[in-house]
Design a protein around this ligand. Structure first.
Ligand SMILES: Nc1ncnc2c1ncn2[C@@H]1O[C@H](COP(=O)(O)OP(=O)(O)OP(=O)(O)O)[C@@H](O)[C@H]1O
Ligand SMILES: Nc1ncnc2c1ncn2[C@@H]1O[C@H](COP(=O)(O)OP(=O)(O)OP(=O)(O)O)[C@@H](O)[C@H]1O
Ligand SMILES: [Mg+2]
Ligand SMILES: [Mg+2]
Lengths: 256, 256
C-alpha cells in the first residue's frame, strides 16, 4: 500500500510546487513508483514537467467532477518510475461545482482507493489556499509535508495551517500525520534565514526535516525547460538537496 | 475623489503584500492621504504594520459581512497620512458567507463609496487566489497593480489573471484599467531575472512600470519589526525602490 503525502501551505510562494515536483522526481530516481497529482488550478507542477495542460481532456478536473478513474488521467513522464495526474485551468470552477456534492471533502480520497496500490508514493501539490481543493488533499493524505520559506510572513502563517490540520484530523481524516516541516530557500548569509530555521527547529523538534533546501537558481530555471532539476542540472545544490530529502523521507518510512 | 488601486496576482509569493504596504507608506510619506485595505485572510499586510489582528472586532470582515462602515474599521498608524483597514482570520469563512448575498461582487465597491472622498489613494492587498475576495477588490478598483516576481512560474500565471480582469471589466467594472505591471525581487546577476524583465516589457510596453523592485533583504526583515521598510531602514535599496514607485504612480495620476 503506497503512502499519500500532501504538500500544503496556504502561504503563497513558499516552494510547494518546487518541492512536489523535485521530491517526486528524486523518489522516482530511487526507483520508487511515484504518482504526482497537481490539484492547483495554476497547473505549475504540470507545466514544470513540460506538460501543456490546455490541450488535455483527462485531468484532475475530470477525476474530481466526472468520476474519471485516476488510472485514466495518469500520464507517463521522461522518468520511468514517475507518473503525473495533470491539472487544468478549469479547476478554478471546480471548488464551486463541488460545494453541493455529498461528501465533497472525500472525493479525492475515494478516487485514490485503487491508485494507492500501484504506487509507493503519491504526492499532491496544492494551491495557496485552504479551500475545498486543499481540504480534499488533506482528507486523502496519510501525511502532510509543509514547506516553509525562511521568511517572516511564512512563519506567521503556520498557526493557521496547523489549526486546519487538526480540524481535518478531528472531522475528516483521523490518521492525518505531519510528514515534516521543510525549510526552503535557505540562505546561510542572511540573519533572517537563520532565525527562521532556529525558530522552526525549536518549535517542531523531530517533525522538522533535517534536510534544508538552499536558495539555488537552478531550481527556478528548471521549470522553464519543463524538467525537474535532477534532469536539468544533476550536480546542482538544488538537485542534491532534493535527493537528500527523498532519502530522508524513505528512511522515515522503511515499511513501504 | 481618490483612486482605488487593487494589488492582485493569484500566483503566490510574488510581492503583493510587500508592494501594498510599502507603496502605501511611500505615498503617505509624500503627504498623500492613503488608506490600505487588507482583504487577505492571512492578514500579512496588517501584521506587517504591527497590528495584532486577533484582538480586533472591527476589521474588513465586519465591513463585508455586517455592513460596518469603512470609517469605523480604519485604524491610524505611526505615519500621519496612512490608515489601515485590517484583516482577520475569520475572513476565511467570508467567501462562503458572501456567496448567497445579492450583488456579492459589489459589497466592497459599495462600502468604498464614502471612503473614497477622504483619501487620495486607496490600496487593496489581495490573497493568492481569484475567489470572491479578489473579485470584490477588482470590482471596487479604478485600476489594478500586478506584481510579477522575476521567475518563470510568475510569468506563466499572467494569462489567467488578464483573463479574469477582462471578465470583470465586461460584467462588473467597465472602467477597470491596468495601473501597471511591477517587476519584483529582481536580481541583475541572474539570467532568468533579466529574461523575465525583457519578456514583460516587450509584452506590456508602457503598462510595465519603469520602477524595478530589486531583491533586498531589508524588505523581508521590516515586517518582523511591524514597520514598512521606510521606517525600518530608509536608506535601503528597498526603501528607495518603493519611493520611486510612489513617484511614478503620482506622475501617472496628476489630476488626483
Ligand atoms: N530553493 C529555491 N531556490 C530558488 N528558487 C526557488 C526555490 N524554491 C522555489 N523557488 C522559486 O520560487 C518561486 C516560488 O516557488 P513555488 O512556485 O514552488 O512556490 P509555491 O508555494 O508552489 O507557490 P504557490 O503558492 O503560487 O503555489 C518559483 O518561481 C520557484 O521557481
Ligand atoms: N523585493 C524583495 N526583496 C526581498 N524579499 C522580498 C521582496 N519582496 C517580497 N519579499 C519577501 O518575499 C516573500 C513573499 O512576498 P509577499 O509576502 O509580499 O508576497 P505575496 O504575493 O503577498 O504572497 P501571498 O501570495 O502569500 O499573499 C515575503 O517573505 C517577503 O518579505
Ligand atoms: Mg505552487
Ligand atoms: Mg500577501
Amino acid at each position: 500500500m503506497g503512502k499519500v503525502v500532501t504538500v500544503a501551505n496556504q502561504k503563497g510562494g513558499v516552494g510547494k510546487t518546487t518541492t512536489a515536483v523535485n521530491l517526486a522526481a528524486s523518489l522516482a530516481a530511487a526507483e520508487q513508483p511515484t504518482l504526482l497529482i497537481d490539484i492547483d488550478p495554476q497547473a505549475n507542477a504540470s507545466n514544470g514537467l513540460g506538460i501543456d495542460t490546455r490541450q488535455l481532456d483527462r485531468t484532475i478536473y475530470e477525476v474530481l467532477v466526472n468520476d474519471l478513474p485516476i488510472s485514466e488521467a495518469a500520464m507517463k513522464t521522461e522518468m520511468p518510475f514517475l507518473e503525473v495526474v495533470p491539472s487544468h485551468i478549469n479547476l478554478v470552477g471546480a471548488e464551486i461545482e463541488m460545494v453541493d456534492l455529498r461528501n465533497r471533502e472525500m472525493i479525492l480520497k475515494n478516487a485514490l482507493e485503487q491508485a494507492r496500490k500501484k504506487y509507493t508514493y503519491v504526492l499532491i501539490d496544492c494551491p495557496p489556499s485552504l479551500g475545498l481543493l486543499t481540504l480534499n488533499a488533506l482528507t486523502a493524505a496519510d501525511s502532510v509535508l509543509i514547506p516553509v520559506q525562511c521568511e517572516y510572513y511564512a512563519l506567521e502563517g503556520l498557526g493557521q495551517l496547523l489549526n486546519t490540520i487538526s480540524i481535518v484530523r478531528k472531522h475528516l481524516n483521523p490518521q492525518l500525520d505531519i510528514e515534516g516541516v521543510l525549510l526552503t530557500m535557505f540562505d546561510s548569509r542572511l540573519r533572517l534565514s537563520n532565525q527562521v530555521v532556529e525558530e522552526v527547529r525549536r518549535h517542531f523538534q523531530d517533525k522538522a526535516c533535517n534536510t534544508l533546501i538552499n536558495r539555488n537558481v537552478r531550481l527556478s530555471e528548471a521549470p522553464s525547460f519543463g524538467k525537474p532539476v535532477l534532469l536539468y542540472d544533476a550536480l546542482s545544490l538544488g538537485a542534491k538537496n532534493y535527493l537528500q530529502l527523498a532519502e530522508e523521507i524513505m528512511m522515515r518510512n522503511p515499511s513501504l
